[in-house]
Design a protein around this ligand. Structure first.
Ligand code: MIC
Ligand code: SF4
Length: 649
């Protein structure tokens, strides 16, 4: 049986274990990336590990999330990251340089390599044929320090593409279609691998858009072949030497397959408040959805070709008087190109608001819509409250749909416009280097700059024989890390201040989680399916740790959050019988005995509900490394011992 692209690359990087789905492996990490909202924690952890020099081929620290400097906090965090990153030999990308995933794709990502990033959309670089995985900050810190990453071997889900997109249909519509079919849980445990004769009709940027939103499927990552289109992309970015071809074998094994015919694909939209709540734009036309705000950008859809399509739609037109249109090109280089070729003039002349190249509104850093507004966004997440607005509703769409709707004033199908557009790709994209600081010897001895807002982070305690406590919260399915630790312009400046962030824990669900945790001196959380989906922020584990949460018992967990809980020393238990979820209520007293024993050699924990005098079984099926991590109270304690349990070549 032949091999998939994913398994070929994993095999080439395998340091430990066997490629058997469900089993833990360790792989060699070639590159890492961090961004600032998770990055402060990463560099604090790197400092705590006393690492002298990083072990990757390349690591980059991007500043793209917390760029609104309404107080000193964000700028202090940037200064801390800059000083720590450069000292360790990490390239620093200044604010304004662009969104980490877009810039990494343009400048550094290479086919057939491995990349981990402290951001859930790191899989974007799967568009160039890399195994690019989003991970918790501590995993990335250890990736830098040791060049190693542990993951559960995923299965491989093939998405067979046929046909060709018509000119106003975007890679975004492909992935929205996949989300419609598979839902936000459909990719859990899989690498999504794209193949079929339609692949050759997709540019690397469309591929990157598709891989980007594989994160919304819950997938470990997504990947495309590296082919002539990849070579062409690299050549135009003056990096043809980085080209390596990789295809799946003809008879490659796949665990699941779906087909998408791009010939018949129409513009799609994800309705509020979930990326899998997808319908075709045509289906919304009868309702004439009036639009108040349109925002184009984010790591999903801010490429040069996206921007040029938007400019073509806006050329000679006026943004509807009732609409605020904001546009954030993905990188400083794209912004430069748009300025040089006049497209920026077109955007400005239409009445658009031009934002700096950063995440911005995608993470609620500005442009919060007015109360009750409808906001169309070319982004990847539309969870309630993420935009910073009150009762506002975000629809996810392609840049083409967004631009056409900004002119019309309501959600329209760009294919209905009488417009011809041919994208002319520049022979050379050129580059902007001056937002980067490349580390050199002079940085090695520089002091680390720590602003007053940067506080020590909590570290777990070694596991105890008995874990007990009150149920502080019982959630429904698909709770996001945005629910656990909300993110917006007011909250993000405190990503390096866990005590302050703790005040906002679970605010989208209950007002008083912190008070509950204080009253009961910590406790246990009960979750539904896919608990902790969304962002990679390990704050969603560190803040509960700080508040004394010892275990989360859920129907199932999202991949990165589960690792973050283990890394923090919190037990992520799963109901053996899902109906037991119904037997537990908030504030019930739960007692789990024999924890250390079971961590040593079992998978089943008996949870006694003291309040109801009932018991149920919760499971934790983990690798021997993860058992040790939990026994020691977290990955930092484990990794400081420097022993991963196997000899490295
Ligand atoms: C997001 O899109 O939710 C973020 C903000 O980029 C997060 C990282 C974070 O919470 O800082 C992510 O996707 O991992
Ligand atoms: Fe930034 Fe949004 Fe992408 Fe997250 S999803 S990395 S906030 S642009």
């Amino acid at each position: 049986m032949g091999k998939s692209i994913a398994y070929k690359i994993l095999e080439k990087h395998l340091l430990h274990g066997e490629l058997i789905p469900g089993k833990e492996i360790a792989i060699k990490i070639d590159q890492t990336l961090t961004q600032d909202s998770t990055g402060t924690m990463v560099y604090l952890q790197l400092e705590a590990m006393n690492v002298d020099e990083i072990k990757t081929d390349l690591s980059v620290a991007y500043i793209d999330h917390n760029t609104l400097q309404s107080g000193f906090e964000n700028a202090d965090d940037h200064a801390f990251i800059q000083s720590s990153a450069l000292r360790h030999g990490v390239v620093y990308s200044k604010p304004g340089g662009g969104i980490c995933h877009q810039v990494h794709l343009e400048r550094f990502a290479k086919p057939c390599t491995t990349l981990i990033g402290s951001d859930s959309h790191t899989p974007t670089c799967g568009g160039i044929g890399a195994i690019a995985i989003g991970a918790g900050g501590l995993d990335v810190a250890i990736g830098m320090a040791q060049g190693i990453y542990f993951l559960t071997t995923p299965k491989v889900f093939k998405v067979e593409l046929t046909g060709k997109l018509s000119s106003f249909v975007n890679g975004k519509d492909v992935i929205l279609k996949v989300l419609q079919e598979l839902t936000v849980k459909g990719g859990v445990g899989y690498i999504m691998e794209y193949g079929g004769e339609g692949v050759k009709n997709l540019s690397v940027t469309d591929r990157a858009t598709i891989c980007n939103m594989g994160a919304e499927l819950g997938a470990t990552t997504s990947i495309f072949p590296s082919d002539e289109n990849t070579r062409d992309y690299l050549r135009r970015h003056d990096r043809e030497d980085d080209y390596v071809e990789i295809y799946a074998d003809e008879d490659a094994h796949y665990d699941e397959v779906i087909h998408i015919n791009m010939d018949t694909l129409k513009p799609m939209t994800a309705l509020p408040f979930s990326p899998d709540n997808v319908v075709s734009v045509q289906d919304t036309l009868k309702d004439k959805v009036k639009v108040d705000q349109v925002v184009i950008g984010s790591c999903t859809n801010s490429s040069y070709s996206d921007m040029m399509k938007v400019a073509a739609i806006l050329k000679g037109k006026r943004v509807h008087p009732d609409v605020s249109l904001a546009i954030a090109p993905g990188s400083s280089n794209i912004l430069r190109l748009l300025s040089e070729n006049g497209a920026l003039t077109t955007l400005i002349a239409s009445g658009a608001r031009i934002l700096e190249s950063a995440c911005g509104p995608c993470i609620g850093m500005g442009q919060a819509p007015r109360s009750g507004a409808v906001s169309l966004r070319s982004f990847n997440r539309n969870f309630l409250g993420r935009d910073g607005g009150k009762d506002s509703k975000v629809y996810l769409v392609s840049p083409e749909t967004a631009a056409a709707s900004a002119v019309a004033g309501y959600l329209v199908d760009p294919e209905d416009l009488d417009l011809k557009f041919v994208f002319e790709e520049p022979e050379s994209y050129g580059k902007v280097d001056h937002y980067f600081i490349f580390p050199d010897e002079t940085h090695r001895s520089q002091d680390v700059q720590m602003g007053p807002n940067i506080k020590p982070f909590p570290v777990g305690k070694p596991a105890q024989e008995v874990v007990s406590g009150a149920v502080l919260l019982k959630t429904k399915d698909n709770v996001t890390t945005d629910d656990i630790v909300p993110s917006n312009a007011k909250m993000l400046p405190y990503r390096s201040n866990i005590p302050h962030l703790a005040n906002f824990t679970f605010k989208t669900l209950v007002e008083d989680f912190k008070e509950r945790a204080e009253k009961y001196e910590g406790g246990i959380i009960i979750g539904g399916d896919n608990y902790g989906q969304g962002s990679s922020r390990e704050h969603a584990a560190l803040v509960p740790l700080y508040l004394g949460v010892k275990a989360v018992i859920a129907k199932s967990f999202a991949r990165i959050h589960r690792s973050n809980l283990i890394n923090s020393g919190i037990l992520p238990l799963v109901f053996k019988d899902l109906s037991d979820y119904d037997t537990v209520d908030e504030f019930d007293e739960l007692v789990i005995e024999g924890v250390l024993n079971t961590l040593n050699e079992g998978t089943q924990y008996t949870v006694y509900n003291k309040t109801k005098d009932t018991s149920f079984i919760a499971e934790l099926d983990i690798s021997s490394r993860e058992r040790d991590v939990l026994k020691l109270g977290g990955y930092l304690n484990f990794a400081s011992k420097g022993d991963f349990g196997f000899e490295r070549a």
